[in-house]
Structure formats: C-alpha cells, structure tokens
Design a protein around this ligand. Structure first.
Ligand SMILES: [Zn+2]
Length: 421
C-alpha cells in the first residue's frame, strides 16, 4: 500500500481510500444501490444547473426551460459533438483535463473532478481483485498509448511505482515477445494486463514455443473479447482471463467476474442506461464536466442491465456485453445495418481459429480467419452462407492474411479501409 500512498500524494488524489470504499461495496443490497444512484443523479443535476452555464445553455437549446420540475428521462442525450469546446467545464472543480484519443476528427477535451481521478485505478484494482491481484502488484502491460504514455518522464516514475512493465502493442515481434517472457521469469511477474489482441499475441508466442508459465491472472481491455485468449490462457498459463470494459469519457469501469456472465459496473460512479442498444452513461462523481446521459460510442446487444445478483454473490449491476463501437456497424446493399459483433457471435463455438477480422476494401468484406488448422475452402463452406444470409454484400473469406492494427495499437474486429481513401 506504500506505493499507492506515494502515488496518491504525488497526484493529490485518494485512490487508496476509494479502493477501500469500492471493496466494501461489492455485496450491498440492491435497494441501497438504487437509492444511492437516485440521490446522486439528483444532486449532480442540481449542481450543474446551478454552476454550469454551458450545460444550462445546452438544455435550453434542446427546448428545456422549466428547470424546477425536470424529470431525468426528459434530459437530452448528450454526445461528444455537443461537448466539444471548453464552455462546459466547471473550472473550480476540474482536477485534471483529459483528451480523448481522437484518431478521427477533433479530440474531445474534458475535465475530471478529484473523485473521478481517484477512481480511475481504484476501479481497475477492484477488477484485479477478482483474481486476487493486489494494487501495485507487478504486472506486464501490453498496450498502445491510451493505457500508457511512453514519452513522459513522470509517467516512467509512475510506471515504476506501480510496477508496470510496459510492452508496446506496436512492437510485438518474436524477439520482443521472447524478451517479455524472459523478463517475466526473471522478475517473477505473474499478471498480464493489456489490449485483447496484444495479449493474444503473447499467448500465441507461448503456445507456439511450448512455453508453460503459470500466472495469477490475465486482464484484457479496450477491444472485443477474443475466445481464443481464454483457451490459450488456460493451456499455457493455467489461469483465467477477466475482461474489463472502461471508458474515461463517461466514467465507466465494468469487469467480469469468474462466472463470465456480464460486466459488473462500478455503480458508485457510473449510472448506466441502455437506449436502442446504445450505452448511455452518467458520471455521478463528475462535478467539473456534464457527462449526464452521455452517449459513449459503444454498443451492447442487450436491452437493459442485469440487476439480479450474480452467481458470484456480487450485487453490482451487470452490463450483459459490449458489442463494439457505434462505427462498427456494417451497411449492406439492402440498407440493413449489421453490428460487426455478429461475426464473433456466429463463430464463437469454433475453436479451430484464434482470431477473426473483417476488412472492408474496394466494397468487398474480407473475412480473415487466423488458423493453423483449416484453409479458405473449409471456412468458406462453413460460414459463407451464414454470413451472406445476414449481410447482403460481396463477401470473401481468407485465411491468415495480416491482422490490421490501427494507429492507436488496437486491432478492431471491423475495419473499413474504403472510408479513408
Ligand atoms: Zn459476478
């Protein structure tokens, strides 16, 4: 805990206190969660109405004039576009300014109040605790720059304090993977955290080279879950994989438990609504920026949260799944929009391939299977008709084509190369 306290002192936050608070809240009665969220929603709204002229303007522009009797459901959904520009920041409560990645278009600059910053790692540590991993326990982080920033010196000190051993998602060649493995052995590192596709690279390296190295746990994030990651983790590392869904804009952190039946939401901070399969977030801690009914650009295949307690005993509400980004929708020639999550769902029982990616190029959907078991003919026979029935487009099935990685280091399930031409 000493490391946590040093980090807290440097950053003027209280992630240690927040972690203790979070750990005490995993099994509270559901009614308590509901009552707490109702109260916090009202307080948050009142606060922004009184202190945030930018947000009040936004409400007026959306036809709201009676601020006394406004009901939650009447509040307009707020989008990234609505929030661009700095006029919605409540400066007195802004502990930290944040920029979204912004690989396309203008990045969003938003503010986080102190409790939000305290909560960033506290919420991740609560997820780590599912596999008994403690705050600041040594881990290998395989990720792109949105999980770490390799440029800054303060970040290096921070990584050292946290015992993060960072491996860039951009350099995952055999030599780097070998070095990573050797470091894990030398320093006895038993935890891996990173982008799902990057973790897959590491596990494949273990598998191909017959490496067996027991881990406490693997935590994946930022991408769609790849079933092969679980298989390989069991085979090569005798451990479970916990997937974590997080979005800093909107303030959500949700994690799987050992039951793997949905993502437990950190309800203290995050009030989640699902409207037309879109995830709508309210950051209950944020008094410096109005993430109030904010449409984060992620979708779920579900209609609502699961509020019944989980088999694991946790009462924390569950998001059944995260089925990708809003941009992951594929349009077919009949005008139907199909979520690219469909490709994962319709192949999820098939253990013969480790990864699937759909690349749209020159109007053709190239469905790429990474497999050392079967060829194109096999997968075409098995899946062409299934895909075609749902998506009326030119579809080509390929095997072992290179996996496309975006500038931010992520490898999404669906990439439209035509859009960038
Ligand atoms: Zn659970």
């Amino acid at each position: 805990m000493l490391r946590v306290k040093v980090i807290d002192a440097c950053r003027k936050i209280d992630s240690n206190g927040m972690y203790q608070h979070y750990m005490a809240n995993e099994y509270v009665p559901t009614e308590k969660i509901v009552a707490y969220q109702e109260q916090r929603k009202n307080d948050l709204l009142k606060f922004h109405l009184a202190n945030n002229p930018g947000y009040v303007d936004f409400l007026r522009r959306n036809g709201i004039n009676d601020f006394e009797n406004i009901r939650w459901e009447q509040l307009p959904i707020i989008t990234k576009a609505d929030l661009k520009g700095k006029e919605m920041i409540v400066k007195s409560n802004a502990h930290h300014l944040h920029h979204t990645g912004g690989s396309t278009g203008k990045p969003l600059v938003y503010a986080l109040s102190r409790d939000c910053v305290s909560s960033l790692w506290a919420a991740i540590w609560r997820a780590f605790n599912v596999l008994d991993v403690k705050p600041c326990e040594a881990l290998v982080m395989v990720a792109g720059t949105s999980l770490f920033n390799k440029e800054s010196i303060s970040r290096k000190v921070y990584n050292w304090l946290n015992q993060f051993h960072v491996v860039s998602a951009f350099d995952l060649n055999d030599e780097m993977l070998k070095k990573t493995y050797e470091m894990m052995v030398r320093k006895n590192i038993r935890v891996v955290y990173g982008y799902t596709s990057s973790v897959l690279c590491l596990l494949k390296y273990f598998d191909v080279n017959n490496i067996r190295f027991k881990l406490k746990g693997i935590f994946t994030t930022s991408e769609m879950m790849i079933p092969a990651v679980r298989e390989l983790a069991r085979k090569c590392c005798e451990c479970d994989v916990i997937d974590i869904y997080g979005a800093n804009d909107g303030g959500i952190l949700a994690f799987e438990c050992k039951e793997h039946c949905g993502y437990h939401v950190s309800w203290e901070r995050s009030f989640v609504e699902i409207i037309n399969n879109r995830i709508i977030l309210t950051d209950l801690f944020n008094t410096s920026f109005p993430f109030i009914r904010y449409q984060v650009e992620d979708m779920t295949s579900a209609d609502s949260l699961i509020v019944e307690p989980c088999k694991c005993g946790r009462t924390m509400f569950r998001l059944p799944d995260v089925s990708g980004r809003i941009f992951d929708m594929i349009k077919d020639i009949d005008g139907n929009m199909v979520n690219s999550f469909f490709f994962i769902k319709s192949t999820s029982d098939d253990k013969s391939f480790t990864q699937i990616q759909v690349i749209e190029k020159n109007g053709v959907l190239n469905v790429n299977f990474i497999s050392n078991q079967h060829n194109e003919e096999y997968y075409s026979k098995k899946y062409y008709e299934i895909f075609k029935r749902r998506i009326n487009r030119d579809i080509k099935i390929v095997v072992n084509a290179p996996i496309y990685t975006k500038k931010n280091g992520k490898s999404p399930i669906y990439v439209n190369l035509d859009e960038h031409i």
